[in-house]
Write a new protein. Structure first.
Length: 401
């Protein structure tokens, strides 16, 4: 059975919202993982922060804060062995000889690692680290360590990008599949709608054509002519009502834009019941208005379309129930909800999910005078155009906004 159009629309909106949330979550995860990768892979300072690469180095170019954190220190001596600069004022350096410099190096003391560089002015820059912190033993390729770190970071980022792209592809693929399904359902609805229109017009039209031809061909007896003409007139009215229902469904929005006014909704109900009381009485139906006579509710609505809404719902109660049905109309002031129901047999459960779809009817033969599947479709359209909502659960409840 074809799903309700409103339900499908809400499903598409809900589905789009869910995929949007999934896309945002995926993006947040992707960015978070990139940030984590950057922190962990680039958080540790590369080795060249502590041991400069290159034979000539200037003390002003080094990151002494990082060097000191590693327990290292440095000083510059000239060719005569004089200390001309030190990295830590707390170090007590005296005038050093060449022997003293060698003694302070790893060639003499194994508890420290010493690295020696030339400065541009021909002096010597000496870096000293505790051996447990840094060693100059050939266990680490200094020149390639930054490159390895960059390669790892680049690989991680590329993998994350690939997963991100795959995630986006999955999200939009799923969304497009669901939208495609919705479009197919809409197309099926259109085919069903036009088949219903063709059937509803064809049945009375065939009767009119057959009876007209019979009269025109002179095969109808004189005493039957009046009966045939009455049938033609009756079927013509059926055809007119069905065409009017379909035209109303197609032009509701245009009609409504011209007639929206602020009025008393409950007074409009009282007026409608009063004007149509004889129609219901002739069919042995009773209408019970349950809200108080002095109760009112002012809102903006199209009074003509609202009368049509009442007509379609209340007429359904009369036409699809046994004689003597009692119809009630109530108003829930707290919920701002209009309630219309009856004590009849109700609408079959198998129709309730699709109740407001065009061409949905409990009469499988689709014969009869009124509302062959367009009445409640028009009701739903009128409700939608007003920005209201309607549902059926043994009674119609229209929420007025």
């Amino acid at each position: 059975m074809i799903g309700n159009k409103n339900h499908r629309f809400k499903r598409v909106i809900s589905m789009s919202f869910k995929f949007m949330i999934a896309f945002i979550i995926l993006s947040v995860i992707y960015l978070s993982l990139n940030i984590v990768a950057l922190i962990f892979l680039s958080g540790e300072k590369p080795i060249y922060e502590y041991i400069p690469i290159g034979q000539i180095q200037e003390p002003t170019d080094l990151n002494w804060e990082s060097i000191h954190k590693m327990g290292g220190y440095g000083y510059v001596v000239d060719n005569e062995g004089n200390v001309v600069w030190i990295s830590q004022e707390s170090k007590d350096f005296k005038k050093l000889s060449v022997g003293d410099i060698l003694k302070d190096s790893i060639l003499v003391e194994n508890d420290r690692s010493t690295f020696t560089y030339k400065t541009q002015d021909g002096n010597y820059l000496i870096l000293n680290y505790p051996s447990e912190t840094l060693t100059n033993q050939p266990t680490y390729e200094i020149s390639t360590s930054p490159i390895d770190s960059q390669r790892i970071l680049s690989t991680v980022v590329i993998v994350l990008i690939l997963f991100y792209i795959l995630g986006i592809f999955f999200i939009f693929h799923k969304l497009s599949k669901n939208l495609e399904k919705t479009v197919q359902e809409e197309e099926e609805d259109k085919r069903f709608f036009f088949r219903g229109i063709a059937h509803d017009i064809k049945t009375p039209l065939a009767t009119i054509m057959a009876y007209s031809k019979a009269i025109n061909d002179g095969i109808v007896k004189d005493d039957q002519t009046s009966q045939y003409l009455n049938t033609i007139y009756y079927q013509s009215n059926i055809l007119k009502n069905r065409v009017d229902d379909m035209m109303l469904y197609a032009t509701l929005e245009e009609h409504m834009e011209e007639n929206m006014q602020k009025n008393d909704l409950l007074e409009a109900i009282r007026r409608y019941v009063g004007e149509n009381y004889s129609w219901f009485s002739e069919r042995n139906a009773k209408i019970d208005i349950r809200f108080k006579d002095d109760e009112s509710y002012n809102t903006t609505f199209d009074s003509t379309l609202f009368s049509r809404l009442l007509q379609n719902i209340l007429s359904n109660s009369v036409l699809h129930n046994n004689p003597g049905v009692c119809i009630y109309i109530d108003w829930d002031i707290k919920e701002k909800c209009l309630i219309l129901g009856d004590d009849g047999k109700g609408i079959p459960k198998e129709l309730q999910d699709n109740l407001f779809d065009p061409m949905v009817t409990g009469d499988k033969s689709r014969t009869g005078e009124h509302f062959r599947g367009m009445g409640l479709a028009n009701v739903n359209r009128i409700v939608e155009l007003h920005g209201w909502s309607i549902e059926y659960n043994n009674e119609f409840r229209i929420k007025i906004r």
